[in-house]
Ligand binder design. Sequence first.
Ligand code: G6D
Length: 348
Amino acid sequence: MEINQSKITFNSGREVTVYQLINNVGMQVEILSLGGILTKIVVPDKDGCFESIILNWDDMAYYEENLPYFNALIGRVAGRIHDAKVTLNDKVYTFAKNNNGNSLHGGSKGFDKKIWTAAQEVAEKEVVLQLTYLSKDGEEGFPGNLEVTVVYRLTNENELKIEYKAQTDEDTIVNLTNHAYFNLSGNAKRSVLDQEVFINADKICKLDEELIPDGELLSVEEHPAFNFKERKAIGRDIHQDDLQLKYGNGYDHPWVLNDGTKAVEFYDPISKRCMEIATTEPGVVMYTMNYADDPIKLSNGEIQKPHYGVCFETQKLPIGYNEVFKEGVLLKKGDTYTSTTTFKFSIK
Ligand code: G6D
């Protein structure tokens, strides 16, 4: 078990630390102090070939812009907030309208753009990187001084646990996640459309063309393209004639998770790599990288392309019309926000 660290200086002059966590069986996780961004998750395939299973930019400097939020911690509020405003205790708070007139992923400079303070620990059975950040009262329009702690925990069972904790001195809203782009082929050598997904959910949030929910939940039995209760290839139904797929230009929806130990299973039948996700969160947004407009190079030398990554953003449901689902993201003064999501890697 070890943690190595190095420094990189971005064009802006900001110095960022790179932390490399290694367990006793060769799994590696690389994390930046900028945005808690994951730049590598290296696991073996069926032949013992160790490759990274998340997308990574070729030029690390691009992580300062990072328009698609590659592999970053997202907050203060992940997902969308309709009309970029919310009412708390009879006061209206307004946020940056950074996505079709709505708020997306914490505003113009969310948690993915912040430098986090790190503390590290190497123990016998795990290596731990703790990141902390103080989001000041009024930052991006959100009320309350919010002290946030995110712990990345790598175990010898090839599990990466992400544990979130936050406390506030004023009532506020919080919804934290990680926006990793996974591809189990290894170094993104193939699209994810032939990789298979199971999602333990009977319903999705109905979205409109701006991807804003109105509170109605749709049954995956009536929208079979969104039915992942039997593991299936991501690409099998992605082009079906379903208005929800049209709105998202693919999958970009919150699934409402059933109770159970396994929320998601993601599997590549060629490499035999398997990733299982367990979470405390009520929902998961599966986003199939439906857009890749900017011709930016990945670390494998290829220009990024749609459907070469898939995100499983575990989170609470987004605030939609008439502030639906707002209750789920409320954090009262003096209460503690906690959330844990575990990614377990194996060969099947
Ligand atoms: C698009 O709608 C999607 C979001 O869900 C995603 O997080 C972002 O791209 C990267 O806006």
